[in-house]
Design a binder for this molecule. Sequence first.
Ligand code: 6V0
Length: 331
Amino acid sequence: KPLFVKIPGSDLPTQIETRFKVTVVGVGNVGMACAQTCLTEDLVDELALVDIQADKLRGEMLDLQHAAAFLPRVKIVADTDYAISAGSDICIVTAGARQREGESRPSLLGRNLTLFKSIIPQLVHYSPNAILLIVSNPVDILTYVSWKLSGFPPNRVIGTGTNLDSSRLRFLIADKFDVNAHNVHGYMVGEHGDSSVPLWSTLTLANVPVLNVRDKNGVSYSKESLQELHRTVVESAYEVIKLKGYTSWAIGYSTASLVKSLLRDQRRIYPVSVRAKGFYGIENEVYLSLPSQLGRAGVLGVANVKMGEEEMQKLQQSAKTIWKLQSELEF
Ligand code: 6V0
C-alpha cells in the first residue's frame, strides 16, 4: 500500500520550485562553517556545494545529509561540475589557498587570483542573476576581481569585509561591560584586516557612546586603550590561526547573517565590502567595507555615517593601500 493517497480531484504540481538556493564554492573549514550556519539558521531550500576535491566534497555532502533528521528539510547537492550551482540566488565563494601562519592577506592574492579566473565565469554562466558573496582572502581585492570577472552590477557583488572585524570588536566591548554584543553598535570600515578603520564615534552601548561609558571598575576608554583594542581585533585572526590552524565559526555566522538580510530582504546595515569609489572622498576604483544596507537586490545603498577627519583619512589611506596592490594585477 502506498503511504500517501491523493485526495480524488486534487491538482498537485509534479515539482515545487525551489525558493532559495545558495551555492558554496570551497568546502574547506570556512565553506563548511558557512554551509552549516545557513542550514541551522533555516535560510535555504537548496544548498549546492562545489569543490575540486571530489572525495572531500562527497564526504561533506553525505555528512550534512545525515543530519537531515535534525535540520529543516533542505535539498543538499554537491559536484565538481558547476552545473550543480545553476539557478542560485547567492553564490558564496570561500575557495582558495588558506592563510598560512604569519602570512599577510595580500600575499595570498597571487595564489587566489588564478582560482577566481576559473570559478567566477562558471558561477555567472549558471546563475546570471545571483548575488556573489566573496569570503576568500584578501577579500576586498578578490571581491573587486569578482566584480570585474563577472560583469555583474556592483550591487550584486559583495565581500564579507569588516563585518567579522566589527563583530570581534563588539564582542570585546560587550565582554568588558558584561552586556549582550547585540547591544553594542558600531562599525569598523576599510580593508578587512590590517588597515581596517574603527569608527569610534559610531560605537554605542545602549545608545550611549562607548567613549562616555565607565566599566565596573569605573574606568572609561582612553585613546590608548582604544588603539590597543583595535590592535587586539586585528591580531585576533592571526591568534586563532596560530592556535587552531584556521578561523571558521565567526566567519560562518557572519556570512549567514549577510545571507539572511539578502535573501529575506531584511534591509539591515552591515559593514561589508562594496564598490567604494565616490564615497567618503575615495577616488580609487576599489572595494572596501562601508556600512551598507543589504536586501533582496543586494547592496541597496551606502549609509552616510558621521566620520571624523582622521577616520576619513585612514579610510582613504586604506583605499590607496588596496589600489596599489590591485593595480599590479593582470587579468
Ligand atoms: P581550506 O580549508 O584550505 O579550504 C579551501 C577549499 O577550497 C578546499 O576545500 C579546496 O579544495 C578548495 N578549492 C581550492 N581550489 C578550488 C577551486 N579552483 N575551485 C573550487 N574549490 C577550490 O581554507 P579555509 O576554508 O580555511 O579558508 C578559505 C578562504 O577563506 C581563505 O582564503 C581564507 O583566508 C578565507 N577567510 C576569509 C575570512 C574573511 O573574513 N573574509 C575569514 C576566514 C578565512
